[in-house]
Write a protein that binds this ligand. Structure first.
Ligand code: GNR
Ligand code: NI
Length: 167
């Protein structure tokens, strides 16, 4: 296992669209294991391959209290959506920024698991939000892009200032 470096907004590589995984093989299982380790270490409740500069459709999520319910979603698709909810989101690629985003309250998702077999997942509330946040990453979208330009520019300035201090 290995910890992977996480890209920071506004890195243009975060806007890369991920390709579907053609075959769930050893390489993909190793990527998913390294992503899970990176997510737990951060710590975060989800991580998309895009954030570690791999542009293939792989997501890991664990919204459980005791970090015991790791979900790996490969080539995820949303089959159905229901309701709306607003909640504060954060992102490991946008550290220190928490903003309210509107999402579907429930989503039904189809994906491949680590065994390469398709499965369906009914997600609601935080899990549904996390699935949508991670699937956005795979499309090259970061949650701050739902905010006004004014807010996006303030966030860019704040992160640029922080990067100068830590550099
Ligand atoms: O750790 C994370 N927390 C979080 C909180 C609210 C909504 C979404 C998230 S996902 C985030 C980890 C991350 O950046 N995933 O891409
Ligand atoms: Ni994120």
């Amino acid at each position: 296992m290995a910890l992977l470096p996480i890209l920071r907004y506004p890195d243009p590589r975060l806007h890369t669209k991920a390709k579907p995984v053609a075959r769930v093989d050893h390489r993909i299982r190793k990527l998913a294991a390294d992503m899970a380790e990176t997510m737990y270490e951060a710590p975060g409740i989800g991580l998309a391959a895009t954030q570690v500069n791999v542009h293939e459709q792989v997501i890991v999520i664990d919204v459980s209290e005791d970090k015991s319910k790791l979900l790996t979603l490969i080539n995820p698709e949303i089959l159905a959506r229901e309701g709306e909810c607003e909640g504060e989101e954060g992102c490991l690629s946008v550290p220190g920024v928490y903003e309210t985003v509107k999402r579907s309250q429930k989503v039904r998702v189809r994906a491949l698991g680590l065994d390469g077999q398709p499965f369906e997942l009914d997600a609601e509330d935080l899990l549904a939000v996390c699935v949508q946040h991670e699937m956005d990453h795979l499309q090259g979208k970061v949650f701050v892009e739902y905010l006004s330009m004014l807010k996006q520019n303030r966030i860019k300035a704040k992160l640029a200032k922080k990067a100068r201090i830590t550099a």
